[in-house]
Design a protein around this ligand. Structure first.
Ligand code: IPD
Length: 331
């Protein structure tokens, strides 16, 4: 295998290895959860940026496991992991294939025993996300995708039949934001500026314009499952229509980007990055700037209508979304 030119067969092997490793990490996550649940006192939880940006000893243990196994199997590949990054290991992105890993995405859920927790393993190759594996060991849901190879959900063990994403036979329509189930997250930036911007954005997305919510789109509802990677997976599946968040990191979204795109979804970045991509005809290209930009929006695959292609609808709805919400800078 040449690190400079990975073949489709190489990528397929990496995907299979990553799926096995994700299950191994999943077993450690479950063991950690059992230990936390049965502990009489408080588990060892630390705040990174503040008291709601949490890390446990299991985040670190799972990352060490995944990092060492990848290092042994693919010694020439790079590795970016949430916990290594927090500890100060911050490699720049290069053309070398690089694993981008969140060992436990949904750490707050993990601590509380809320079963939306996963390991997220992405691969960046030539500065673009090309492979994703996301495994929720509590529900035994394993999502995976390879650029150009589709994305799938495996439920019920490694020998189950993979279900092609989205789960519907073909993409469903989505006429307006009014028809959408939208994922948003509170994140860990709890400053007044961010809380005000988020609260009014969420209020406009959900609020009824006929009941005095100015600019309200009255979406079907808003959801917060507490894991960026699972939000992307649920958009790929078709259970969520849109997910928007400012403040998460490449390891939260790298794997999910591939899984959502391969299911017909489109991923974009900030409002400016989105508007620019519409002008330049690059809408849907997740460039390095978008991948590292910490502002993400993803919309599921949408059926063509007699007047608009599915792609045009995706673009129109993101435009409308960005006219509805207020953007803040991540901290
Ligand atoms: C967090 C989760 C959360 C999202 C945050 C992420 P972590 O990741 O994905 O849903 O709102 O932005 O940082 O800390 O649980 O790995």
């Amino acid at each position: 295998m040449s690190v400079h030119e990975l073949t489709t067969a190489d990528l397929q092997d990496i995907l299979e290895y990553s799926k096995t490793l994700a299950r191994k990490a999943g077993a450690l996550i479950i063991a950690g959860s059992d230990a936390i649940t049965s502990a009489a006192g408080q588990p060892t939880i630390e705040g990174k940026k503040n008291s709601v940006d949490l890390v446990t000893e299991y985040d670190v243990k799972v990352e060490e496991l995944v990092k060492s196994e990848f290092k042994a199997k693919y010694p020439e590949f790079g590795f970016i992991g949430e916990e290594s990054y927090s500890a100060g290991v911050r490699p720049a992105l290069t053309d070398v294939p690089t694993f981008c890993v969140d060992p436990i995405d949904g750490t707050t859920n993990f601590i509380h025993g809320f079963p939306f927790v996963c390991i997220s393993i992405g691969l960046i190759y030539k500065r673009r996300p090309v492979m994703g594996v996301i495994y929720n060991p509590f529900l035994d849901h394993l999502y995976f995708g390879l650029k150009g190879g589709g994305s799938y959900l495996l439920k019920g063990g490694p020998s189950a039949l993979p279900l092609k994403l989205p789960l519907s036979l073909s993409a469903k329509p989505l006429p307006t934001l009014h028809d959408a189930l939208i994922a948003v997250e509170w994140g860990s930036d709890r400053t007044k500026k961010t809380m005000d911007a988020k609260s009014s954005s969420f209020g406009r997305l959900a609020g009824d314009p006929e009941q005095n919510v100015e600019g309200g789109r009255m979406a079907h509802s808003l959801r917060s499952v507490g894991s960026a990677a699972l939000n992307f997976s649920l958009v790929a599946q078709g259970a969520l229509d849109i997910y928007w968040e400012i403040g998460c990191w490449p390891w939260d979204v790298c794997a999910g980007i591939v899984i959502a795109e391969e299911a017909g979804g489109v991923v974009s970045g900030s409002r400016d990055a989105f508007l620019e991509s519409c002008k330049t005809g690059t809408f849907g290209d997740v460039t390095e700037a978008i991948l590292t930009g910490r502002k993400y929006i993803v919309i599921r695959g949408i059926a063509d209508t007699p007047n608009e292609s599915g792609r045009e609808v995706q673009q129109r709805l993101i435009k409308d979304f960005y006219e509805t919400v207020e953007e803040v800078e991540p901290n």
